[in-house]
Design a protein around this ligand. Structure first.
Ligand code: FAD
Ligand code: NAP
Length: 315
């Protein structure tokens, strides 16, 4: 059965940007609806310690997101477990069609759909996804107790995933395509000191190797980026941690995007190329991609939506 619900302000996404927009939107009496999507709480729900959220020296990512959700509910946001599969931004009110069959219409829209894990794009990676290939150590690390694992990447995520995996695995090999990491120095320091970690510098993954019966990973083949020499690293788990791509699928043909799909917003603003549509968080941000900056943009989006709606009412 299909039904239609109208709201002044619709927020799509339940990461730090979406929940912060919800807190500000609710306190501005806009009675927002927030659609959570298939990852309620967003990316921080797949990590462990968060150590750079102001006011919390250390907090588990999922706990922080439970607090944000509770805060948004407490100030009056209606939070809906649903996923938007299509948007019509060609006329107002804007229309969002959801998997549940409900059609949401709204006067103003805040897009806070964040980002999703990037994959290497190898056929063998695809073949073993869910059978030893993962993009989430927090979710799958436990399965590799006492076994060898490989992590690919050189950013904060890769280093954090590698460190987290040392809690379970007998050995963690981090494979990076350059000779230096781009992660924060404090994390690098912890990585280099950990006796379970080995780093294979200047190597690119050629292939994930494994068996079919039962299907499972047995190792990876890595190629030296200069000499071409192949090294085989045995492992039961292969964790891809090479960054995230903006979740702009819904709007890529109607809103201006750049730098591989990030939604363009006006300078110092969350306004997009369509009046009344605002975008916040990792969806728009190729530079900082932090929880705190996403939350800041969520705040900006709600304040801008409030002003824009007031201007429309005044004619
Ligand atoms: P996201 O958190 O990506 O949330 C996007 C939301 O949109 C999700 O709820 C999803 O369900 C929803 N959504 C997407 N598409 C749809 C749709 N079609 N319909 C409905 N809903 C939809 N940052 C830090 O500051 N500190 C850290 O310690 C830290 N650790 C991290 C660890 C890992 C493993 C990762 C991956 C990231 C980490 N980050 C950290 C980065 C941080 O998580 C992000 O910057 C932040 O979560 C971005 O927030 P966001 O609200 O823009 O989007
Ligand atoms: P990132 O910073 O973009 O790093 C991606 C890493 O993967 C880079 O080292 C990159 O190599 C490598 N890479 C990219 N494509 C590759 C490919 N095809 N093959 C092999 N390697 C590839 O991504 P991230 O680490 O996921 O971090 C994303 C954002 O979230 C960042 O802003 C980060 O600060 C934030 N974050 C913060 C924390 C924290 O604060 N503790 C934790 C996690 C994430 P090059 O270095 O050669 O480009």
């Amino acid at each position: 059965m299909t039904d239609t619900r109208h709201t002044k302000l619709l927020i799509i996404g339940s990461g730090p940007a979406g929940y912060t927009a919800a807190v500000y939107g609710s306190r501005a009496m806009l009675e927002p609806l927030l659609i959570q999507g298939i990852q309620p709480g967003g990316q921080l729900t797949i990590t462990t310690e968060v150590e750079n959220w102001p006011g919390e020296v250390e907090i588990q990512g999922p706990d922080l997101m439970i607090k944000m959700e509770a805060h948004a509910r407490a100030v009056g946001t209606e939070i809906i477990a649903d996923h938007i599969n299509a948007l019509d931004l060609s006329k107002r009110p804007f229309t969002a069609s959801a998997d549940s069959g409900t059609t949401y219409t709204c006067d103003a829209l805040i897009l806070a759909t964040g980002a999703q894990a990037r994959w290497l794009g190898l056929p063998s990676e695809e073949k073993f996804k869910g059978f030893g290939v993962s993009a989430c150590a927090t979710c799958d690390g436990f399965f590799y107790r006492g076994q060898e694992v490989v992590v690919v990447g050189g950013g904060n995520t890769a280093v954090e995933e590698a460190l987290f995996l040392t809690n379970f695995a007998s050995k963690v090999t981090l494979i990076h395509r350059r000779d230096s990491l781009r992660s924060e120095k404090i994390l690098q320091d912890r990585l280099f000191k950990n006796p379970k970690v080995e780093i294979l510098w200047n190597h690119a993954i050629e292939e994930v190797v494994g068996g079919d019966n039962p299907r499972g990973v047995e190792g990876v083949r890595a190629r030296h980026v200069e000499t071409g020499q192949i090294t085989e690293v045995p492992c039961k788990g292969f964790f891809v941690a090479i960054g995230h791509a903006p979740a702009s699928e819904l709007v890529k043909d109607v809103l201006e995007t750049h730098m591989g799909g990030y939604v363009v917003t006006k300078p110092d603003s969350t306004e997009t190329s369509i009046p009344g549509v605002f975008a916040a968080g990792d969806l728009t941000d190729h530079k900082y991609r932090q929880a705190v900056t996403s939350a800041g943009m969520g705040c900006m989006a709600a304040l801008e939506a409030e002003r824009w709606l007031a201007e429309q009412e005044q004619g």
